[in-house]
Design a protein around this ligand. Structure first.
Ligand code: NDP
Ligand code: HSE
Length: 437
């Protein structure tokens, strides 16, 4: 099996090392040796340390490499939309099999890759694209195909989980925790994709597509990052026996006309400490899958890093190589259900709202009235003593309200109306609550 490796950075270089150190075992498992026929990079002269590969295999022309007739499998570890999409479409249309870790491309335009694979007859595998080393996509696309997945809830971004875990354990603010994540090498120099939720949203789209047999793209995912999460929010969560996590949630639902739908969202949320995802700390990932017959399944492990991600890449290389030797291809994309994606406003969730209010008769009734007008039911109310509000004056107090489940649009409209209430000095924080009745 002759491989073209596109990219030899954090992930690609570990693919090379693993291929070398396990070459005999891999050959035995596949039934043929794996050979790296070419490695495409941007900077040929870059110092890559001690890589166990002939320097002559390096090229700066990825397109030329994927077009070569002697290549069986293209392994893409570059990232980004273009030119990666053009290389992979070219390879797939020519009948080559592709293994990629590129979640951004799969979420942006996975359809083009699946269509090209169907046209060329090769395989398209991408286990490494979501949750690094954790075997998760294969269970969704094979093992659970006899069942009906109803909901997927995950922590799929290691950087933000490290930051939120640090805020929870030390009481640090977001900026301080981000600086620590950067110092330790978790956060990239430009952490936008992680902290603004783009990386998690791409992974959410991939998970939803597989779980619900429907093409879901990054644009279908409601996305909020963690930059607005404050130390005070973390403290409020603790007071409620909760912790804050950046969750990706993909769920089946039913529209008003009775049609089945899916909703896919990424945002910070409070979850009870008793929830299986609450104990997932540091930069780890975990995904909680609920299916009608199987019940609740939990997948946990390292979601990033060169070697863990390379493990998932190589697992895919073995699978597609075996298929090629056997002259078969894996089942093609399953998107037959084609469910509509419903807007965030219709997603069902709960809110935790902290208000700074005037402490005088009738305020609680006025606040409760706003919830009632929007059809939102209050689950709990906790009021601090006089002087506990942000101003610290005797005539103010803080009020913490947790709602029952309601459509997100009704909850958001309630918060908006509260901002306009005379008795409400400020809405100190709003967080969704997930994972409890
Ligand atoms: P790196 O930035 O470390 O490596 C990227 C590689 O691509 C480098 O070797 C670079 O060449 C090469 N490259 C970039 N642009 C071009 C180009 N135009 N032509 C040819 N080669 C190019 O990225 P990672 O290894 O971290 O990530 C690779 C992929 O894996 C991405 O899709 C990422 O999302 C995904 N991924 C990464 C994880 C991680 O923990 N790092 C985890 C899961 C998925 P050069 O070396 O010369 O600069
Ligand atoms: N930046 C990603 C993370 C890498 O922090 O999880 C893995 O996709």
């Amino acid at each position: 099996m002759r491989l073209a490796l596109l990219g030899c950075g954090t992930v690609g270089s570990e693919v090379v090392r693993l291929l070398h150190s396990q070459s005999a075992d891999l050959a035995a498992r596949i039934g043929a040796p794996l050979e790296i026929a070419g490695i495409a990079v941007r900077r040929i002269g870059r110092d890559r340390g001690e890589l166990p590969v002939d320097p002559l295999v390096f090229t700066a022309d990825p397109l030329d490499l994927v077009k070569r007739d002697d290549i069986d499998v293209v392994v893409e570890c570059v990232g980004g939309i273009e030119p990666a999409r053009s290389w992979l479409v070219e390879a797939l249309r020519a009948g080559k099999s592709v293994v990629t870790a590129n979640k951004a491309l799969l979420a942006e335009d996975g359809g083009s890759l699946h269509d090209a694979a169907a046209q060329g007859g090769g395989d398209l595998y991408y286990e490494a694209a979501v949750a690094g080393a954790i075997p998760l996509l294969r269970p969704l696309r094979e093992s659970l195909h006899g069942d009906r997945v109803t909901r997927v809830t995950g922590i799929v971004n290691g950087t933000t989980n490290f930051i939120l875990s640090a805020m929870d354990s030390t009481g640090a603010g977001f900026a301080e925790a981000l600086a620590e994540a950067t110092d330790l090498g978790y956060a990239e120099a430009d952490p936008t994709a992680d902290v603004e939720g783009f990386d998690a949203a791409a992974k959410a789209a991939i998970l939803a597509s597989l779980a619900f047999h429907t093409r879901v793209g990054a644009a279908d995912v409601h996305r909020e990052g963690i930059t607005e999460v404050a130390a005070a929010d973390v403290a409020s969560a603790k007071a409620m026996g909760c912790t804050i996590k950046l969750l990706c949630i993909a769920a089946r639902g039913t529209a008003a006309d009775g049609r089945e739908t899916v909703s896919v969202r990424v945002h910070p949320a409070m979850i009870p400490l008793t929830h299986p995802l609450a104990s997932v700390g540091d930069a780890f990932n975990a995904v909680f899958v609920e299916a009608e017959a199987a019940g609740q399944l939990m997948f946990y492990g390292p979601g990033a890093g060169g070697a863990p991600t390379a493990s998932a890449v190589l697992g895919d290389v073995v699978a597609v190589s075996r298929n090629r030797l056997a002259g078969v291809r894996a089942a093609s994309e399953s998107a037959y259900a084609d469910l509509p994606v419903r807007p965030m406003g219709e997603a069902l969730t709960r809110y935790h709202i902290s208000l700074d209010v005037t402490d005088r008769p009738g305020v609680l009734a006025a606040v409760a009235g706003v919830f009632a007008q929007h059809g939102v039911s209050i689950a709990t109310v906790r009021q601090g003593a006089a002087g506990s509000g942000a101003a610290g004056r005797d005539d103010d107090a803080d009020l913490v309200i947790v709602t029952h489940v309601a459509p997100d649009a009704a909850l958001a409209a309630t918060v908006q109306a509260l901002r306009g209430l005379d008795a409400v000095r400020s809405v100190a924080s709003v967080l969704r609550v997930e994972g409890s009745a």
